[in-house]
Design a protein around this ligand. Structure first.
Ligand code: COA
Length: 415
């Protein structure tokens, strides 16, 4: 079966996480992704957080599946020429260098356009135009600057960053959407364009509901679904809401049986209004279904802490999976707090290809997250990440270099 992006060639100048996660998705959709790396070292993540000496790290392998790797010294005049030839034969150039690095390399937007007016140049940067546009940025900087950290954690503690890599992988997702959109527009205009996904913007987009709450707070001075209501205080900015639900249905994380020893023996419990009577029945508080102090969502808001304490008395008598089974029978929305160990061992995630076992010639078998986006006409086969420079000869031959020329380039240190 064909793939959605068959025939699309991507010149992948990305490194670390944000860019590679974008080009990996495009490769899974069928694009030919040619990763350009520095000769000798390659993407810095190849050697970061190594668990097996000499083998590419999991950091690298899990972000660079289905790609080809060429090594080119883009500061070498002959290397620049190779890159120019590649630019002429590709559809998209994706990069996430520090601001200005591509220009310093001699590959400004204008120069790329001269070489290939159909080329889409897609970039991840930490910030968009403005006071911080020249800053280098990593994941947690973006989480802090995009509003995630100030709104995550508990009221009496410091700002907290999330384990979800919303700055890096989140921005990679945004960029991938920008790229396929630009490719679609090109089918009509014939022209390439610049695509920019700033990490601060990507995080803020994912924190949209918190900007919603900022405006609600400014208008009313109080937000009744936040744990600060009714006894705490609200300041001028959206406070940290602990584990409160971000939507209109109050939720909280509750202890389950075994919580004393197992740090993940918890369940997320949502007191969804349509199933309130069922919740009351399950936890043995039938009278709350009709008690005017508890019967309606508005009446419940001042008592949420007590309500969750009562529900927790029930969840503590069940494991998180027993609680799930009972609650799901009544359509009560809830979710187990799954550890990474449980996720890695989850059979259903293996069946759908969301967790995949991959074989690598140096490190052997390892687990990875497969394509989370499933297309019925474009199935994903996850193949291992390339070794450094594994495809240099193959790719250069495809763009017209003879073996003699390739040898000469190698001798000159250009590849
Ligand atoms: N051949 C020769 N030189 C190469 C090369 C190649 N194939 N590939 C890269 N380089 C050079 C670059 O030209 C640059 O040189 P310069 O500083 O002289 O211009 C140099 O390598 C380093 O690139 P840079 O991007 O500055 O790397 P860094 O390790 O100093 O910074 C980041 C890393 C991630 C902080 C930075 O790239 C960045 O802010 N990127 C944008 C935001 C982002 O994506 N952050 C998330 C990362 S997960």
């Amino acid at each position: 079966m064909g793939k959605a992006l068959d025939g699309v060639r991507i010149l992948d100048f990305t490194h670390v996480q944000s860019g590679p996660t974008c080009t990996q998705l495009l490769a899974w959709f069928g694009a030919d992704v040619i990763k350009v790396e520095k000769a000798g070292t390659g993407d810095i993540t190849r050697e970061q957080l190594r668990d097996i000496p000499e083998a590419d790290s999991l950091y690298f392998t899990m972000l660079n599946h289905n790609k080809r790797s060429v090594t080119i010294d883009t500061k070498n005049p002959e290397g620049k020429k190779v890159l120019e030839t590649l630019i002429k034969s590709c559809d998209v150039l994706v990069e996430n260098f520090a601001p200005g690095a591509l220009d310093r390399m001699g590959f400004s937007w204008e120069h790329i356009q001269e070489l290939n007016p159909r080329m889409i140049v897609a970039s991840v940067k930490g910030f968009g135009p403005g006071p911080y546009q020249d800053c280098k940025v990593y994941e947690n900087v973006a989480q802090c600057a995009g509003g995630a950290a100030s709104t995550t954690g508990f009221d009496d503690g410091p700002p907290v960053v999330s384990g979800a890599q919303i700055g890096d992988s989140g921005t990679g997702l945004h960029l991938a959407l920008g790229i396929v959109t630009a490719l679609y527009q090109r089918t009509m205009t014939g022209r390439g364009q610049k695509v920019l996904a700033a990490m601060q913007d990507g995080v803020l987009n994912l924190c949209r509901v918190k900007l919603r709450d900022q405006q609600r707070l400014e208008r009313t001075g109080v937000m009744k679904e936040y744990p600060q209501y009714p006894n705490g205080t609200f300041g001028e900015a959206v406070p940290r809401a602990g584990n409160a639900s971000g939507g209109g249905q109050p939720g909280w994380i509750l202890k389950c049986k075994g919580w004393e020893a197992d740090p993940n023996a918890y369940i997320y419990f949502i007191t969804q209004a349509p199933v309130w009577a069922k919740i009351c029945n399950v936890i043995g508080k039938e009278e709350w279904a009709t008690d005017p102090d508890y019967a309606t969502p508005a009446a419940r808001l001042p008592h949420l802490k007590d309500i969750f304490a009562e529900i927790e008395r029930w969840t503590m008598t069940k494991t998180k999976f027993e609680a799930m089974e009972i609650l799901n029978k009544y359509d009560i929305p809830c979710g187990p707090i799954l550890s990474m160990k449980e996720i890695a061992e989850d059979e259903s995630l293996r069946k759908t290809g969301t967790i995949v076992e991959v074989d690598h010639p140096v490190r052997g078998k390892y687990l990875t997250v497969g394509n989370p986006i499933k297309l019925s006409d474009s199935p994903t086969d996850v193949t291992r990440s390339p070794l450094l420079g594994e495809h240099t000869d193959e790719v250069l031959t495809e763009i017209g270099y003879s073996m003699g020329q390739i040898d000469a380039l190698r001798t000159a240190g250009a590849i």
